[in-house]
Design a protein around this ligand. Structure first.
Ligand SMILES: [Zn+2]
Length: 485
């Protein structure tokens, strides 16, 4: 089918300010706890209560706008968006209509620049709770008035995959800028998509899909909609302009409500707030400019450390991992100056990336911990890499050391010493261990004579056990074979 999809997105993200958008109630931790404790006359819409603009929230949206190449509007204002909903006590939401804080930017996804129409600032609503089997609903206003940024894209996205990548990259940028945790599962980032398909240049009827609470859901809902709409059109049906939701169990979008008429929000300028004019030397703290964004970091990592694009991408995915890696490299640099040559540094960096992306996640997964729980310091991690590189410890012993470092936060040199994990090379200790194992296993030697090659492997296993993993396996195997023949 040669239907071309046209996809646009509206993404909301809760800003990580200390207080709410228009009052001094706390924002953030604890909002999920007891209902209706972080509330005041402003965010519960008591008569006569007046809003005050949260300066930090303005700074954060400007930082996001700058990072996404948007124009920052000098003259901006807040507007009332009127609608009724039980968790919206004022009967309107303070938002921005025709003068958003920032507009006309883009976000790069792979080689493509996807246009951003606008990013504006508004307030979140409360939450309606529907207890099971009850004939009533409850309202929790803890979230009422939490600052939200809303980002609207141009309808330039053409697949579910592209939309998913857009959301992922946006999440990374918000996290790098430290303006939102943007966790979709926690509702800190919410996506709505508009999908239409068409065979010619005339746009098709637009369908809106909501309730997308994971990146996967964004991708699947879009792909489902493209297929559903194209099939309907093939059968001569009309696409109805409506709002649909993603049903995770059915893996399908389902109709929620048909738009009978265009929404009339009766927007008008918020009379309780003056227009906001951004002037030079306003004292606004915009720290986005000094932050290296994911795309810049990927390119730099790739070039500076001769990494593959995939490796650089994985390292940059998580801000904490990327930061840890850079600290490790600078630690290794100071080691390298004293003890190692430049060629060792390249090897060390490769080794560190490998341990950071493979071994550390393994240990963390085993204990169901996240990177935030990492007890290993960059300094100790760098030291372990140097010890592996110099052959002081082999890779199987290194894994034991790494696990111990995570358990105790200890120093690798000390752990190796205490547990006798120093690699045994060609020395007398290795010879002795081999002698002992060969004597203790006459049957394996008989088998070897009968031509069973794998008995040498068996003996090697025994030696590794005897030396607690400290033997150099290649050298040990050579000696065994020599002895046996
Ligand atoms: Zn409040």
């Amino acid at each position: 089918m040669d239907y071309q999809p046209t996809i646009g997105m509206e993404i909301h993200a809760e800003l990580k300010t200390k207080s709410k958008m228009f009052c001094s109630c706390p924002n953030g931790q604890g909002l999920e706890g007891e209902p209706n404790i972080h509330i005041c006359p402003v965010c519960t819409a008591q008569p006569g209560a007046l809003p005050v603009i949260n300066k930090r929230a303005v700074e954060m949206v400007i930082a996001a706008g700058r990072a996404l190449g948007c124009r920052i509007n000098e003259n901006t204002k807040f507007d009332r968006k009127n609608y009724f909903y039980p968790d919206l006590p004022k009967g309107y939401q303070i938002s921005q209509y025709d003068q958003p804080l920032t507009e006309k930017g883009f976000l790069q996804v792979g080689d493509k620049k996807i246009g951003i129409t606008r990013i504006h600032l508004e307030e979140d609503t409360g939450k309606s709770i529907h207890p099971k089997k009850a004939d009533y609903s409850l309202v929790d206003l803890n979230r009422s008035g939490v600052p939200l940024m809303e980002l609207v894209t141009e309808p330039e996205i053409t697949s579910g995959e592209e939309a998913k990548e857009f959301c992922r990259e946006l999440q990374r940028i918000l996290r790098y800028l430290e303006i939102s945790d943007a966790d979709m599962e926690k509702g800190q980032m919410r996506c709505e998509v508009n999908v239409s398909v068409s065979k010619d240049s005339k746009l098709g009827t637009k369908v809106e899909v909501k309730n997308l609470n994971s990146f996967k859901a964004v991708e699947k809902a879009i792909d489902f909609e493209i297929a559903r709409q194209a099939e309907a059109l093939e059968f001569g049906e009309k696409i109805v302009q409506e709002t649909r939701g993603w049903d995770e169990a059915k893996q399908a979008t389902v109709s929620q409500r048909v738009k009978e008429e265009a929404h009339d929000y009766r927007y008008f300028p918020e009379p309780d707030l003056p227009p906001l004019r951004l002037v030079k030397n306003s004292g606004l703290r915009i720290d986005g400019e000094s932050v290296e964004l994911p795309e810049e970091k990927r390119t730099r990592f790739k070039e500076e450390f001769s990494l593959t694009f995939e490796r650089a991408k994985t390292l940059v995915n998580d801000k904490e991992t990327a930061g840890f890696f850079e600290e490790v490299v600078s630690e290794m640099d100071s080691w390298a100056q004293d003890k190692y040559q430049q060629e060792d540094k390249t090897k060390l960096v490769k080794l560190a990336v490998n341990y950071l992306l493979v071994e550390i996640p393994k240990i963390l997964r085993k204990h169901k911990e996240s990177f935030a729980n990492l007890k290993i310091t960059p300094e100790n991690f760098a030291e372990l890499m140097c010890l592996i590189n110099s052959g002081a410890v082999n890779s199987s012993a290194a894994q034991i050391v790494l696990a111990q470092m995570q358990a105790t936060g200890g120093d690798p040199g000390q752990i190796i010493e205490e547990r006798g994990l120093n690699q045994i090379g060609e020395g007398a200790a290795l010879e002795q261990a081999i002698e002992k194992i060969v004597e203790a296993n006459p049957k394996a030697i008989e088998d070897y004579k009968k031509g069973k090659g794998n008995s040498a492997q068996f003996l090697l296993g025994q030696i590794m056990k005897e030396t607690k993993g400290a033997a150099n396996p290649q050298i040990a195997l050579e000696i065994i074979k020599k002895k046996l023949s």
